[in-house]
Design a binder for this molecule. Structure first.
Ligand code: ATP
Length: 366
């Protein structure tokens, strides 16, 4: 498709600014003082477990929920008092919400008919939107004659045809099977990039958020826990919740103790490791990722400033390029991934080993 054919669909990308938002359903406090800045043209995710408030926040931006306090500013306008149809926001629902008795073409053009557009403009937008999602040849079909992935694309085309300044996607891939999910998420990303449209994607699947989004807000219990790029969140989680939600995490329970002006981490199993001098004494957890530690034989000495735990191997899984060892340290289970290189056999069950972690790859959380 020629680049110029997208002109009918393009708008200037809008910035979204969410400040001090609180939403309650009766006595239930669903969003607690949410603040977020989403940049023009950004592909942004609300990521978190079921019930954390993602959909509530998305519906608030769309105009289907009301807030007790705060503001939602889109492209410089506070939209909280505006009805959904005056917000210039397009939303794609998990269920697609297509009209079953209408053809694909009619589904896409229906929303344009109420707007004061010429027939030529309406047709141009519908044609461009269907081309953009690759469905121009199926315009005469009814939704029941389409696959789930195709229905999802019709829902996208219908939303894009109204030229929103912001695109909101509520778990758009959850009704698709695994291989189609990967394909459609790539298509959504390609479409988002071509239109340069500020987009918010709601998902509970961290892989989905990591692969398509520029930045992610990780949410839990109605609060934004951390905002960052996928790599920032994975490598530098702000707390245990974010660390655990974004991938396999090892935690070792213990306590920060003062040793003169120095601090140590005393693991529940008894081992004592150096800790950053600014840590307050008290219960704590040592956190690190399975691939950020190495295994050494019991007699090997820890190198440089590495932290070192003693552990016993309780199991191993051969994953091809890596071996994932399960270990027990002081009664707790941890996992260490070791690259499988050549034909080395590695460690065996019941071996007592040293687990070495560079201090820069470990965090102390409370
Ligand atoms: N209309 C409502 N009345 C009362 N409680 C509600 C209502 N809608 C949502 N809730 C509650 O608010 C909380 C947040 O719901 P929300 O749908 O925003 O979560 P979510 O993170 O999108 O979850 P999911 O991934 O399961 O869709 C949940 O505990 C939910 O039960």
């Amino acid at each position: 498709m020629a680049e110029s054919s997208l002109d009918a669909l393009k708008r200037e990308a809008a910035e979204i600014s969410i400040s001090n938002v609180n939403v309650s359903y009766g006595a239930y406090h669903a969003l607690k003082n949410v603040n977020l800045e989403i940049k023009p043209g950004e592909f942004f995710a609300f990521l978190g477990p079921s019930g954390c408030g993602k959909t509530t926040l998305l519906r608030l931006i769309a105009g289907f929920n009301t807030a007790q306090t705060g503001s939602v500013v889109i492209g410089g306008r506070n939209v909280l008092t505006l009805p959904p149809w005056r917000r210039d926001v397009g939303m794609v629902f998990q269920s697609y919400a297509l009209w079953p008795h209408m053809t694909v073409w009619k589904n896409v053009t229906f929303g344009l008919e109420e707007r004061r557009l010429s027939a030529q403009e309406r047709n141009q937008r519908a044609e461009d939107a269907l081309k953009l999602v690759g469905l121009e040849k199926l315009a005469d079909r009814k939704p029941s004659q389409l696959s789930g992935g195709q229905q999802q694309r019709v829902a996208l085309a219908r939303t894009i045809a109204v030229r929103p300044t912001v695109l909101l996607l509520d778990e758009p891939l959850s009704n698709l099977d695994a291989s189609l999910r990967v394909q459609v998420r790539r298509e959504i990303l390609a479409m988002q990039r071509r239109l340069g449209l500020t987009t918010i994607f709601v998902t509970h699947d961290q892989e989905e958020a990591n692969t398509v989004c520029d930045r992610i807000a990780v949410m839990s219990e109605g609060m934004v826990q951390q905002v960052g790029t996928p790599m920032e969140l994975y490598d530098n989680p702000a707390n245990l919740f974010v660390g655990r939600f974004l991938g396999t995490a090892n935690t070792v329970s213990g306590e920060i103790r003062a040793n003169g002006s120095e601090r140590v981490f005393q693991a529940v199993g008894g081992e004592v490791l150096p800790a950053p001098a600014n840590e307050e004494p008290g219960p704590a957890k040592l956190f690190f990722r399975p691939q950020n530690a190495s295994l050494v034989t019991k007699s090997e000495v820890a190198s440089g400033s590495d932290l070192r735990l003693s552990a016993r191997i309780s199991g191993r899984e051969f994953l091809g390029s890596t071996i994932r060892y399960a270990l027990k340290t002081g009664g707790e289970d941890i996992f260490i991934d070791v690259p499988h290189i050549g034909k080395r056999n590695g460690f065996s069950e019941d071996d007592v080993v040293g687990v070495q972690i560079s201090p820069s790859d470990a965090s102390i959380f409370r």
